[in-house]
Design a protein around this ligand. Structure first.
Ligand code: ZN
Length: 314
């Protein structure tokens, strides 16, 4: 067998998914405990303001939306600098994500608070900013739900500009977590397996997905989830691409799977429907031309990229 690792394409498939455009140099290993204060004293520092799953956006004169605030400019929004996280350093200077305290309905006309999913699905900010939003959203959500030491229950303290929490009682250090989720497109040359979750929008079918469990490889999780949700056993499983998914702090790991049987037994607790789709039908779903108005997930979603890569793989 020849060594083919570097025959992979120069542009990785992961580069095309939503939230993948983050250009920030995180400097995770070189952070002092005062790095947020140091960044706040730097006039080039830019902040993302976040509140309850929404990003604040400044409405520009031309109708454009700008997610970046200066430190002084952000003060009227009751920001908590003490709970702010240093995301790292961009070409233009330090970048912070900071929780804001003013509710959406009390914001001035020129500021919009828009939920992360809409910001990304509607392409309201550029890819670098969307990537920074994903990083900030995940970190702020982790801090909000990990205030207390999981070993002794004492309230812990943010350290290293938000890249860890320290317990003053037992000394344990806690690090931000990322939860891996397998998302897989089971496919042959002729057909692929798509399912419809109960919470999906009208007509949407997507690749199956589920959390990877402790002690499991990615491939084992792909096989287990496909068997549990659809009753389909898989042979080969290959990795395709990954996507940061800040809801609240997951990593979607996209794979293809080769089915060993045809007869679907859908888990109707999880799925409303699950069936095989022919390649031509899926092509119409991608281009929003399906006669029954069935659709695949939008462009930024990794499921879209898995499905698109399969349709184009003839
Ligand atoms: Zn502790």
């Amino acid at each position: 067998m020849s060594f083919r690792l570097f025959d992979a394409p120069l542009r990785e498939p992961s580069q095309f998914v939503g939230f993948a455009g983050n250009m920030i140099d995180r400097q995770s290993e070189n952070r002092a405990d005062n790095s947020v204060d140091k960044a706040l004293a730097d006039p080039t520092t830019r902040l993302l303001l976040m509140n309850g799953g929404r990003l604040y956006l400044k409405l520009g004169e031309g109708g454009g939306l700008d997610p970046w605030f200066g430190a002084a400019e952000s003060k009227p929004f009751k920001v908590s600098f003490a709970q702010g996280v240093l995301l790292g350093f961009s070409e233009r200077g330090p970048v912070l994500a900071v929780p804001a305290g003013v509710d959406a309905e009390h914001l001035p006309e020129t500021i919009k608070a828009i939920d992360y999913r809409s910001v990304y699905m509607q392409g309201l900010i550029d890819e670098a900013a969307a990537g920074a939003m994903a990083q900030g959203a995940a970190l702020l959500a982790w801090h909000a739900s990990h205030r207390f030491c999981s070993k002794c229950g004492t309230e812990s303290q943010m350290r290293a500009g938000g890249y860890k929490r320290h317990c003053p009682n037992c000394g344990t250090e806690h690090f931000p977590r990322t939860d891996p989720v397998a998302i897989m497109l089971t496919a042959t040359r002729e057909k692929c397996l798509l399912g419809r979750g109960r919470h999906f929008g009208p007509g949407m079918y997507s690749a199956l997905a589920g959390f990877i469990e402790p002690g499991e490889t990615i491939e084992a999780a792909v096989r287990r989830e496909t068997l549990e949700e659809a009753g389909i056993r898989l042979g080969r499983v290959v990795y395709h691409a990954s996507q940061p998914w800040p809801f609240p702090y997951s990593l979607m790991i996209g794979c293809f799977g080769e089915p060993l049987n045809d007869d679907i037994q859908a888990d109707l607790n999880e799925l409303e429907d699950c069936r095989w789709f022919a390649r031509d039908e899926v092509r119409l779903m991608l281009t929003r031309e399906h006669p029954g108005n069935l659709i695949t997930p939008p462009k930024g979603a990794i499921a879209h990229h898995l499905i698109r890569a399969w349709v184009d793989s003839e």
